[in-house]
Write a protein of this length. Structure first.
Length: 336
């Protein structure tokens, strides 16, 4: 009875991480401990996001009556929870958060071997209308624990050892890769546990959806403009692609991962480096895409091969189904 087996043999995210640990005999469970602290942060945000919605709905936002103030608070609150959870795990050394101007260097007694770059609450402009938002994270290994420097987080994405995101949507889903494929876990609120619901996610080779802020179209470069034109008016007799754009990277990428297609935040005349941040948006999502069989491209190179020189650096990004990204790559290649 498959259904019975599912109910009684639950693959929690911790159990999954412990299984993965078997691939690294030298590991002493440090990654599993780190992950459980990230998971704690995600559960906190999931609960806070739900309560924020509820408070608005029934008019309990008393203490934070000014609209928008509460939204800011949720950002800041989420960041504090993640920073404290990561530091107290005793497994981190350098932290980079979208919310903190400077990198955080963990004090010696609590120092561990991992560096975590994260956006605690991405897409926060979507909070007030109840649209999905998310947390994004990428993890590096420190080179020398006793000599942590900024260099430890200014590494190309190819050096990441794990990446993931948590989407706070109609359900709360955590998608994770430790470099051995991609797995999705859904929070079972009654258990308070993330359970494996999407094992070994593979992105379709080609998709029927493109996802971009078309309001920026007049400032795009020629290859981007041509690509989006082709999505609408394909030259090979295929059907036009559908446009879906939530404006929350986690939700747009999650849909792209599951249904296939392409997500783009290209360069434009106003923002020559696009909008999205390399360390905690572009790299983790690119890592996941490649692990799922897709691709990620900046307009110039494989996104994971960027060598960052500052922690809040931005990059244009085109990611998704292998064939769809191949097409934009060839447009940029024929342009140069
Ligand atoms: P944020 O970090 O300020 O929330 O901005 C990041 C978000 C992404 O989630 C999303 O992909 C993008 O901004 C949308 O930008 P735009 O509103 O310009 O289309
Ligand atoms: Mg962000």
């Amino acid at each position: 009875h498959a259904a019975d087996a599912q109910r009684t043999d639950l693959m929690t995210i911790t159990r999954h991480a412990l299984n993965e640990q078997g691939r690294h005999p030298e590991s002493r469970g440090d990654f599993t401990i780190l992950l459980s602290h990230i998971v704690l942060g995600c559960k906190f945000v999931a609960s806070a996001v739900n309560k924020a919605g509820l408070a608005k709905l029934i008019g309990l936002a008393g203490e934070t009556n000014v609209q928008g103030e509460e939204q800011k608070k949720l950002d800041v609150l989420s960041n504090e929870v993640f920073v404290k959870a990561l530091v107290s795990s005793g497994r981190t050394c350098v932290l980079v958060s979208e919310e903190n101007e400077a990198a955080i260097f963990v004090d010696a007694p609590l120092r561990g071997k991992y560096c975590v770059c994260f956006d605690p609450l991405d897409g926060s402009s979507n909070i007030d209308c109840g649209v999905s938002i998310g947390t994004i994270f990428g993890i590096y290994m420190i080179k020398d624990k006793d000599n942590a420097t900024l260099e430890d987080v200014l590494q190309p994405g190819t050096n990441m050892i794990a990446a993931g995101y948590c989407m706070y949507g109609s359900s709360c889903t955590l998608v994770l890769s430790t470099g051995n494929g991609v797995n999705g876990f859904t929070l079972d609120p009654s258990l308070g546990e993330f359970i494996l619901t999407h094992p070994n996610i593979k992105i379709p080779n080609k998709g029927k959806i493109y996802s971009v802020n078309e309001g920026n179209a007049r400032n795009w470069d020629a290859p981007t403009a041509k690509y989006v034109e082709r999505c609408k008016f394909p030259q090979d007799g295929s059907s036009p692609k559908s446009l879906r754009y939530i404006g929350s990277m986690v939700a747009d990428v999650h849909r792209t991962l599951l249904y296939g297609g392409i997500f783009l935040y290209p360069a434009d005349k106003k923002s020559p480096n696009g909008k999205l941040r390399v360390l905690y948006e572009v790299f983790p999502m690119s890592f996941l895409m490649e692990q799922a069989g897709g691709q990620s491209f900046t307009g110039k190179q494989r996104a994971l091969e960027i060598v960052p020189y500052e922690i809040h650096q931005r990059s244009p990004i085109f990611l998704g189904s292998y064939d769809d990204v191949e097409e934009i790559k060839s447009l940029y290649a024929s342009e140069s």
